[in-house]
Write a new protein. Sequence first.
Length: 278
Amino acid sequence: MITVPDVQRFKAEGRRFAMLTAYDYTTARLADQAEIPILLVGDSLGMVMLGHSTTVPVTVDDVVHHARAVARGAANALLVGDLPFMSYQPSLERAMLAVGRLLQEGGMHAVKLEGAGAAVVEVVARLTEAGVPVMAHLGLTPQSVHAIGGFRVRGRTSEAAERILQDARALEDAGAFSLVLEAVPAEVGRTVTEALRIPTIGIGAGPHCDGQVLVVHDLLGLTTGRTPRFAKRYANLGEQAVAAMRSFASEVSDGAFPAPEHTYAGDGGKRETARYGG
């Protein structure tokens, strides 16, 4: 099983690694079979699973629900659960309660939170002191989408890039074990990665980060509509799914399905169960 020290050792050894989002039991099992070392139950579930236009409406209950399923499906990966909007910003007490639910009810091994600033850095420090591994997140922070005016690339000016670097150092000093960098110029990704002792995980942050993460729906070609520049499609399962559904509907219409091999026998027939895995 992959642990936090393993992830930190990846950087020390110069080993690049992958992280994927997962929101359900089946995907978690498949990712585990693919030996993906880190699975993130991201608040992106609000967009790809629940149909929201941003991650802002996602609640702790939502994340816990999906985290439980992922925890049942993955036996080997390090499991990280997102702290959703307003679950940690108002107070340290609220953050502790949300973290407790993700770890105790959701079966997560670590949590991820967005942003920096004095209040967030304090939360990271207190959680770390309490024995909770924390993954930080800088650059494009989707929970702040309304404040920053949309899903925009961050760190393009020298001042903005320096701010990201200083925030990254503060989060590292507070005890974060890794840092997600989202939608920043490749040179910013390189600078931050070289400056930190902890591993960076890029998503639209260039090739110099220690690890890379993608939303599994983007990777598999299940996302409909426009996808970000960084979202490489490794399969076209969405198109295949539509084709399969059309074939099913056509065979039902034509009477070709169900065939005899899909039908149970009566008395005297083979004893079998009518459930998955039977």
